[in-house]
Design a protein around this ligand. Structure first.
Ligand code: SAH
Length: 245
């Protein structure tokens, strides 16, 4: 099955961009996914092809018009049926690896890229649109955000990454940051690879990696750690319940 990406943007030349090279690029050539970059301006209603207007209530910048956006979204839905519409916005729900997995398992995605001050708010009421943020930063446009979301999806598509296991052991997949990696030389600038990784004792290595992942998550990402502990406790109590039944 092909993962169909439709991107609604004022800058279609930005696509596939970096997704045209390396793993994603080869997967695109093979037809594992497809890319349709649609010019939002083509859905403008006037002869000047206007896509934006000044903000109601005043203030700096320009706002993308709801009527133009709606026509672009309706067009995308008709050419890419079944795919959810994701609007890139710093006001959206932070994207997660769990959501990326769901998207990658589906038929594709329609990604709406903002520019200027963003979208007329009524588009989120008038159309079924999921507001997505790629982090607490402000980009100049949604295109880089859309590329991030697509890159994360594409690498999960069957056959795109070489070793299947490298998709499941990574940061966030079990709610933890990944353990640290090392490779040859054994000694570099006086620093050596941890002894345990050279021991050949796979059980010991697995235990060390688990502890490292936990320690790093606890100290670097207390938010993730709290969620991980909650989930672990919940599944432990769930397991206890089910053995009683
Ligand atoms: N005035 C807006 C920012 C607009 S930035 C605000 O303060 O919320 C212009 C466009 O860049 C946005 O419409 C959005 O499409 C994109 N963008 C900026 N930061 C983003 C982020 N963190 N995640 C997703 N999209 C973002």
């Amino acid at each position: 099955m092909t993962f169909a990406a439709t991107v609604l943007t004022l800058y279609p030349d930005m696509f596939p961009g970096p997704l045209g090279i390396s793993l994603a690029g080869r997967a695109l050539e093979r037809g594992d996914w497809s890319m349709d970059a649609v010019q939002i301006r083509d859905f403008a209603k006037d002869k000047h092809r206007t896509v934006d207007d000044t903000p109601a209530g005043g203030g700096a910048g320009m706002v993308l018009k709801a009527d133009v956006l709606a026509s672009a979204i309706d067009h995308a839905r008709s050419t890419n049926p079944g795919a959810p519409v994701l609007a890139m916005t710093p006001r959206g729900k932070p994207i997660s690896q769990a959501r990326i997995r769901e998207l990658a398992a589906g038929p594709g995605a329609i990604l709406l890229c903002g520019r200027f001050e963003g979208f007329d708010e009524r588009i989120f009421e008038g159309r079924d649109v999921e507001e997505v943020s790629v982090g607490d930063i402000v980009l100049s446009g949604g295109e880089c955000a859309a590329l991030m979301v697509l890159d994360a999806c594409i690498r999960l598509l069957p056959g795109v990454m070489g070793a299947a296991s490298s998709g499941t052991e990574e940061s966030f997949e079990d709610g933890l940051l990944e353990y640290p990696h090392y490779t040859r030389p054994v000694e570099w600038e006086g620093r050596t690879i941890p002894e345990v990784l050279r021991s050949g004792d796979h059980a010991k290595i697995a235990a060390w990696r688990k502890r490292q992942a936990e320690d790093h998550t606890r100290s670097r990402r207390p938010d993730l750690w709290e969620r991980h502990v909650d989930a672990r406790d919940q599944s432990a109590s769930g397991a206890r319940h089910s053995t009683k039944d």
